[in-house]
Design a protein around this ligand. Structure first.
Ligand code: HEC
Ligand code: HEC
Length: 390
């Protein structure tokens, strides 16, 4: 066991060296000024060098998931490849954007899934995925704290609700429980629900059964949130066996409740229920996708209530910006769909009015997956109205 750990470390070191070389060579796709400090990479989350929270988490990504995904999944999950999502890209920025959309849990479970694409995926990846996740999990916790400390309390990574008592006299009919995530840690302007009932088999209560976890914005101006992985906590303990919602991945941008797992099986937790049981929900990622400034002032929050008066290309293309989140997976130097590479300012400026038109075109929108929230589109409107400044 000791020696396999050593081999793992050596593989790790080789992976890290390859990454650095790739960065130095990747020039074109990696022109974002605010990320220039990413090249180094580190498995520890740190803002000691003056990095923003986003820059720091991308640095960790650059030396954990990125080299693995590029080496192992890059045959298919790249621009023009047959895989869904370009997280295998040699360039860290489109890779990270695609990775963030899918989520660490789903990526990890597919990496070790022997029925996905053997021989690339399967149990042979388990040791490396476990090691990557040990760094990534620790970094995510620090990243969440970084966002809170820097005043972006609504731009949260991991969010856990308060605990709510199970409905009185809970029987075998589903009842909907509701949480106001304004009371969550850290707070988020969303409302969550899940249906719960007693799970009964052959007349005997087996525990709790859950279905239909939903999320909705509390009000129309709350922005847009990426959510990945819902964990259920019963009496403060994580229900480890209830993994039904670990692959949840959705964007919440309306006040209409979105079912995060429509069509999947119900989650069942085997236990002896008590009227005093309390339930909490945890989101491994619940992150504003409308944050724009890489260096927010301490008092600024990421709500979209105030219309911004000045928006720059640098903000839109920075990690977390609209272009980085929603466009570069298809509009980078290595994957310029429609001939458009948004990672270069000159190209974005020339295409500015076209960008604005397509982002607001209900019938033929960009991104192709559907029109973005009003808050995100407004940022681009303001950018174009001001002459598309760099
Ligand atoms: C031989 C090609 C190939 C390889 C190699 C490959 N994939 Fe895939 N992957 C696909 C295809 C095709 C799809 C879409 C259809 C599907 O889900 O099977 C996909 C889909 C996925 C999805 C679902 C994406 C989404 O948005 O729902 C994930 C996650 C994923 N792959 C992870 C991986 C990981 C991690 C690796 C490397 C360890 C990998 N794949 C290697 C071809 C590949
Ligand atoms: C899933 C891939 C995908 C994403 C994500 C995406 N696009 Fe596109 N885009 C395309 C494709 C494919 C075309 C070419 C076909 C077309 O025009 O519909 C295109 C074309 C365009 C064009 C027209 C280019 C021209 O010169 O005709 C603009 C402008 C554009 N996209 C802007 C954006 C913006 C801005 C975003 C993000 C808000 C975005 N796209 C996100 C795939 C994508």
């Amino acid at each position: 066991m000791g020696s396999s750990k050593v081999v793992q470390k050596i593989l790790w070191a080789v992976g890290a060296v390859i990454t650095v070389v790739a960065f130095n060579n990747c020039g074109e796709g990696f022109t974002m000024a605010n990320l220039s400090s990413v090249s180094g990479g580190s498995v520890e989350f740190s803002t000691a060098g003056g990095e923003s929270c986003e820059e720091a988490i991308v640095k960790v990504y650059a030396s954990t998931f990125h080299p693995f995904l590029n080496q192992t999944c890059g045959g298919c999950h790249v621009a023009g490849g047959i895989g869904l999502g370009v997280f295998g890209s040699p360039d860290v920025v489109p890779s990270y954007a695609a990775f963030a959309n899918v989520g660490a849990s789903k990526i990890s479970s597919q990496a070790v899934n022997e029925s996905h694409k053997p021989p690339y995926t399967g149990p042979q990846n388990q040791a490396r995925i476990t090691e990557i996740n040990s760094y990534w999990g620790a970094a995510q916790d620090k990243y969440a704290q970084c966002l809170v400390d820097s005043g972006q309390a609504q731009v949260s990574a991991k969010v856990k609700s308060t605990a709510v008592k199970v409905p009185a006299n809970l029987a075998t009919t589903f009842v909907t429980m509701t949480w106001d995530l304004a009371g969550a840690t850290p707070a988020a302007p969303l409302t969550a629900t899940i249906d719960i009932r007693r799970a009964v088999l052959n007349g005997v209560t087996q525990g709790y059964e859950f279905r239909n976890p939903t999320l909705r914005l509390k009000n129309v101006s709350s922005g847009s949130y990426q959510v990945n992985t819902v964990n259920i906590y019963i009496n403060m303990a994580k229900a480890e066996e209830a993994t039904t919602y670990q692959n949840v991945s959705a964007v919440i941008s309306t006040t209409t409740a979105t079912n995060l797992s429509a069509g999947t099986a119900n989650a069942i937790v085997v236990m002896t229920p008590s009227a005093n049981d309390v339930i909490a929900l945890e989101y491994e990622t619940l992150k504003s996708t409308t944050a724009t400034s890489p260096t927010p002032t301490p008092t600024a929050t990421a709500t979209a209530t105030a219309t911004p008066t000045n928006v720059t290309y640098s903000q839109l293309i920075a990690v977390g910006g609209v272009f980085a989140n929603s466009c570069v997976s298809c509009h980078s130097s290595s994957n310029a769909r429609g001939g458009l590479d948004l990672t270069k300012y000159a190209n974005a400026k020339v295409a500015a009015t076209n960008i604005q038109a397509r982002m607001n075109n209900q019938n033929n929108p960009m991104p192709t997956s559907g029109i973005l929230s009003e808050a995100q589109r407004t940022l681009v409107d303001v950018w174009v109205a001001n002459g598309a400044p760099q």
